[in-house]
Design a protein around this ligand. Sequence first.
Ligand code: DX5
Ligand code: ZN
Length: 219
Amino acid sequence: MNKEYIVSPSLLATDPMNMGRDIKMLEDAGAKWFHVDCMDGTFVPNFSFGYSIVSAINKLSDVVLDVHLMIDKPIRYIDEYIKAGADYLTIHVEADTEENTALALEKIKSQGVKCGLSIKPNTPVSAIEKYLDKLDLVLVMTVEPGFGGQSFMANMMPKLKELSEKLAKVNPACHIQVDGGIDVNTSKICKENGANVFVAGSACLKAEDKKAFISAIEN
Ligand code: DX5
Ligand code: ZN
């Protein structure tokens, strides 16, 4: 199945005092999705966006909001992020019990929002195998979650390949997203291993020509 390639610029790399300006700039550069990183200081050692920011971004822009929850027991906040306007809501399999993860995914889907599940670098594909047929997106972290600007972990590629082979059998339409250290070069390696959605923070925001950056990955 040939899937569309999509760049999801990470708003974590925008200038916090000028986020509205940066959002407009990324829209003008052709961004179809925005990746919004939400961190709670517990699941990851850093804080970032809460649902009020997601809601403000949603009012400003019609771009698809791809919300990445790096929070402990995400089931507690799903309704708030959906109300705020998330189009894709991705939780981490490591963040709660199997029972709550299944319930959280169900809760997301039942409200008409696309559901995603993410794995950290040390988590194997087997940890999410039972959910694969129900997902709209799987996120394979290519850095330890928590911070922008880290180096791409090429050793995640066998895992990405294993995941894409499994999804091809059970859920071929599911998006396969990579996040962490993605630029034009590393995105190529990820494409070869089955990824089709590329989160890019620092590389995208630092690119002199953002339109060229996005189209180099998407085309
Ligand atoms: C890291 C976040 C990423 C981050 C990526 O925990 O999930 O989305 O913004 O930033 P770069 O592209 O700079 O690695
Ligand atoms: Zn992210």
